[in-house]
Design a binder for this molecule. Structure first.
Ligand SMILES: *[C@@H]1O[C@H](CO)[C@@H](O)[C@H](O)[C@H]1NC(C)=O
Ligand SMILES: *[C@@H]1O[C@H](CO)[C@@H](O)[C@H](O)[C@H]1NC(C)=O
Length: 118
């Protein structure tokens, strides 16, 4: 009996390790929107579910020479699909940002991506 419980725990642990995405949570919310900041970029990032697949893509916003990004938000639309979004490069205080979106196995994602700054 003890052996069985140990096995079950071991299997659960292994599954958790596989499903976990690198340093990411469902929603991305970094930085602070201050007075005078504007919405520099807004777009929907969508992928339908695909059997047995992990889907991913990079979405970039590139400002001009003087752009300073103050906040980056990627918010799941509707019920969570346990996807992940994280900043891959650039970001707060810079003039560009690339956000990586990644689905869970067999699922899709639907995010609203917003970049704020001045
Ligand atoms: C996103 O960008 C990284 C670095 O350029 C690249 O390795 C990766 O394949 C890209 N992913 C997708 C889904 O385009
Ligand atoms: C550069 O981008 C900022 C937004 O970050 C905008 O307010 C400004 O007008 C742009 N400047 C030029 C020269 O396009």
């Amino acid at each position: 009996m003890k052996t069985l419980i140990f096995l079950v725990l071991a299997v659960l642990g292994a599954n958790a390790a596989v499903v976990k995405s690198p340093a990411a949570r469902s929603n991305l919310n970094v930085g602070f929107i201050a007075t005078g900041d504007r919405l520099l970029h807004s777009s929907y990032v969508y992928r339908p579910a695909m059997a047995n697949a992990i889907q991913s893509e990079n979405v970039s916003f590139n400002g001009n020479r003087t752009t300073r990004i103050t906040a980056v938000q990627a918010t799941e639309v509707g019920a969570t699909q346990f996807a992940s979004a994280w900043i891959f490069s650039g970001g707060i205080g810079q003039n560009s940002v690339t956000v990586r979106f990644q689905s869970s196995v067999g699922r899709g994602y639907y995010y609203l991506l917003r970049v704020w700054g001045r």
